[in-house]
Structures are given as structure tokens and as C-alpha cells.
Write a protein that binds this ligand. Structure first.
Ligand code: SF4
Length: 231
């Protein structure tokens, strides 16, 4: 598998914020979000081809009980089902961070951290090239696939929010799923690659969360480490 990085840190986002975790970042993505903060694993995928045994050897070096498989988009990584099954054998609590555009088909997972992409993610066609802007628009929201994930796994629905104007889109998407999604399972995360930038959106998001029962999702790793690889 093409692996961008394996590192030990604390979870910076979502329900498990603060939990020491080993992160496995696959490289490669089927989307091209304008504000992507891991372009080295998506727009310009970098990394090394590493087999599952080698990945396990690296992961075992850390004293973590929790493992977060992220990307890029881990669900497009060749061998992802085998990797998750192998990590399951090792006894880890498994989180998968995915944009929920690919069906889970029975993948091993304890927390599906689903991050469907709103229209604020759309890239500038001139910047991304090769028809990626159109591909991104066609693929970024897959309600049937989101439904499949939330019906089979413990989940959280994380949205990157760039402003109050995103609220209608979030409400329409959640309502359109036609499923019982408790509001506290909907996490709003401020857009931004730096702690200062995310704070610009903070008050707006907190007001939206208070009004709708959604959960405010701070990006703790930006506060603690900045936008740095391996954190
Ligand atoms: S889905 Fe995630 S990794 Fe892929 S481009 Fe969007 S933010 Fe980046």
C-alpha cells in the first residue's frame, strides 16, 4: 500500500479527541478539496509502498490501544480491507477517517468518522486541472453510501464549515438521509489550516451548535502542534 506516514500522537478531532493513537495515513484520494490540509496524501500523493506486515511492525512500536486509519482517502487504498482486518487481529480500537464516498463492504471498524464534503470544498478548476473539479462535484456527496456507513457502524458525521451559509446544506443533507441521526453525532469543524484561521469561525460555529444541538469540533492538533506532518 502507498503509505504517507505512520506516527503516534493524540487524536485532535471528534469524539475521541485527546486519546493517544497511532495514525496510519494512506496516500491517494478520489477528491480534491480546495482547503485540503494533507495535499501530500491527496492532490500530490507521496509515500512508500509498504506491505501490511511492515505496517504492523511500525504500528506495534507505539504504546497505543487506538489506531486511526486516515488519508488521503483510505477507502481507495488497495488492500484497505486486509489492513483493517490485520489491525483488528492486533486488538486495536479502529477509527477510519473517510469522506464516505466509497461503500464500506464489511470493513473492520469501531468508529466510522465520516466527513462528507460540502460545496465549500470545491476546487478552482484552473488550479486542479485534468477534469478534477467536475469529478469532485460528481463524487463529493454520496447519500446512499453515507447511509450504509451509519447503518452498520458507530459513527460521527463531521463537516468542515467555512461560514454560517453552510448550515442549510448540512441540514438538508442530514434530513435527506432519512435516518435517525442524533444532533450530537453531527460535528462542526472550523475550516482552516492554522489555529488562528479556525478561530475566525469559532464563534459562528458555537452559535450554530447551541441553536441546533450539534457538537462543536475543535481541531486540537492545530492548537498544539500547528499544521505539521506527523502530528
Ligand atoms: S477528501 Fe480529505 S484528503 Fe481528500 S482532498 Fe478532501 S480533505 Fe484532502
Amino acid at each position: 500500500m502507498l503509505i504517507s506516514e505512520i506516527f503516534y500522537s493524540i487524536q485532535g478531532e471528534g469524539e475521541l479527541t485527546g486519546v493517544p493513537s497511532v495514525f496510519v495515513r494512506t496516500s491517494g484520494c478520489n477528491l480534491r478539496c480546495s482547503w485540503c490540509d494533507t495535499k501530500y496524501a491527496s492532490w500530490k500523493p507521496e509515500g512508500d509502498q509498504i506491505d501490511i506486515d511492515q505496517i504492523l511492525t511500525e504500528v506495534r512500536k507505539f504504546p497505543a490501544k487506538h489506531c486511526v486509519v486516515t488519508g488521503g482517502e483510505p477507502m481507495v487504498a488497495k488492500g484497505i480491507h486486509e489492513l483493517m482486518a490485520a489491525l483488528r487481529q492486533e486488538g486495536y480500537h479502529l477509527t477510519i477517517e473517510t469522506a464516505a464516498t466509497v461503500s464500506p463492504v464489511g470493513i473492520e471498524c469501531d468508529l466510522a468518522s465520516l466527513s462528507p464534503k460540502l460545496s465549500n470544498s470545491s476546487p478552482d478548476p484552473g488550479e486542479v486541472g485534468d477534469g478534477w473539479a467536475e469529478k469532485h462535484e460528481e463524487l463529493r456527496l454520496q447519500p446512499d453510501i453515507i447511509r450504509e456507513w451509519i447503518n452498520h457502524y458507530p459513527f460521527q458525521l463531521k463537516f468542515v464549515v467555512a461560514g454560517a451559509g453552510d448550515l442549510d446544506e448540512i441540514k438538508a443533507l442530514v434530513a435527506g438521509l432519512g435516518e435517525d441521526v442524533p444532533p450530537h453525532k453531527v460535528l462542526l469543524m472550523p475550516e482552516g489550516n492554522t489555529a488562528d484561521k479556525t478561530r475566525e469561525h469559532e464563534n459562528t460555529l458555537i452559535d450554530i451548535c447551541r441553536d441546533n444541538g450539534y457538537r462543536y469540533c475543535r481541531r486540537l492538533h492545530l492548537d498544539l502542534f500547528g499544521n505539521a506532518r506527523g502530528t
